[in-house]
Design a protein around this ligand. Structure first.
Ligand SMILES: Cc1cc2nc3c(=O)[nH]c(=O)nc-3n(C[C@H](O)[C@H](O)[C@H](O)COP(=O)(O)OP(=O)(O)OC[C@H]3O[C@@H](n4cnc5c(N)ncnc54)[C@H](O)[C@@H]3O)c2cc1C
Length: 270
């Protein structure tokens, strides 16, 4: 149908963003193609050590899924904090990622959990990291005729620690920060780290320099947390907007990196 109707048609999943954008005349389509009726696109399963989440799975179904809670608890917890129960019951993970709204949660955590997405069209299929799907604020890298069909997230292993924290003042989050650590000795040393920040910048951004500072002994990593936060703030294009100034967001990153580090290790975050 996408191939038949071209730019006259839009994909309709939960409609929570799409219908608002159409009401505000920001998007115009003569035809809406309802993805939720495609069989299998709302399924959640584990295959080959990874969670496979169909694109039309709602935030609520992911939050409540025993499979997700068991295999990637940080993802279930993050989903339980998206928006409100009405939006979570209708809005889908695929719709959230494709809309690329800067003040959203899932992509930031999926960056640190090494999530990938499957994209399909009449011409074939491709799989890319979540970071490559998002091209900028409200811009995905989907090509005409392409649909996101599946999100794949490696299952957590016993040596992995991860967490996500957000600050929400208004309707959409002001900041989201995700952290993933590999620790073979239960939190004494970290052999690998991934960290990402979202909402404070046009698109979720990994702090590659910060990640180097977050490996080593726990004592060293704790000393370097302010430096790592600074590196993250430098990597992100911090925005001045109604949520606060860029300087305020730099400060928030430092506070939330410290908190999420403790949370990932199962300690009180504050
Ligand atoms: C009041 C409110 C509060 C919110 N708060 C938060 C929050 O705290 N955190 C957060 O992360 N998000 C928040 N959101 C955003 C919410 O998560 C998204 O609205 C929802 O996940 C989008 O999914 P959807 O299925 O409704 O997408 P739709 O509105 O159906 O689609 C969104 C866009 O993506 C395209 N699309 C959808 N699915 C696909 C697909 N599979 N393949 C290709 N293109 C597709 C559509 O064509 C459209 O352009 C909030 C939204 C509202 C209205």
């Amino acid at each position: 149908m996408l191939a038949q109707y071209g730019e006259d048609a839009g994909i309709y999943a939960g409609g929570t963003e799409l219908l608002l954008a159409m009401k505000h005349q920001a998007l115009h389509y003569r035809h809406l193609i309802d993805l939720k009726v495609v069989p299998g696109l709302g399924s959640i399963a584990v295959r080959n050590g990874s969670l496979e989440i169909g694109a039309t799975s709602t935030h609520h179904s992911i939050e409540r899924s025993g499979i997700v809670r068991q295999n990637q608890p940080a993802l279930a917890e993050m989903e339980s904090q998206v928006a409100n129960v009405r939006v979570r019951s209708t809005g889908t993970l695929g719709g959230n990622l494709c809309f690329a709204e800067p003040h959203s949660d899932p992509a930031t955590l999926l960056l640190v959990l090494a999530g990938t997405v499957k994209i399909e069209s009449a011409a074939g299929a491709r799989e890319i990291p979540v970071g490559e799907l998002i091209g900028g604020a409200y811009a995905s890298n989907l090509q005409p005729g392409e649909i996101l069909t599946k999100i794949t997230v490696p299952c957590a292993k016993p040596t992995h620690r991860s967490g996500y924290l957000k600050l929400q003042i208004h309707e959409r989050p002001t900041l989201g920060l995700g952290l993933w650590l590999d620790t073979p000795d239960d939190g004494h040393t970290f052999t690998a780290a991934r960290v990402a920040v979202g909402c404070v910048c046009p698109f979720p951004t990994r702090g590659l320099d910060a990640e180097k500072l977050l490996t080593g002994s726990r004592a060293d990593v704790e000393k370097r947390l302010p430096q790592a936060a600074d590196a993250m703030a430098n990597a992100a294009e911090l925005m001045d907007d109604h949520e606060g100034s860029a300087e305020y967001k730099r400060h928030l990153i430092e506070v939330f990196l410290r908190r999420v580090f403790r949370k990932a290790l199962g300690e009180p975050a504050a």
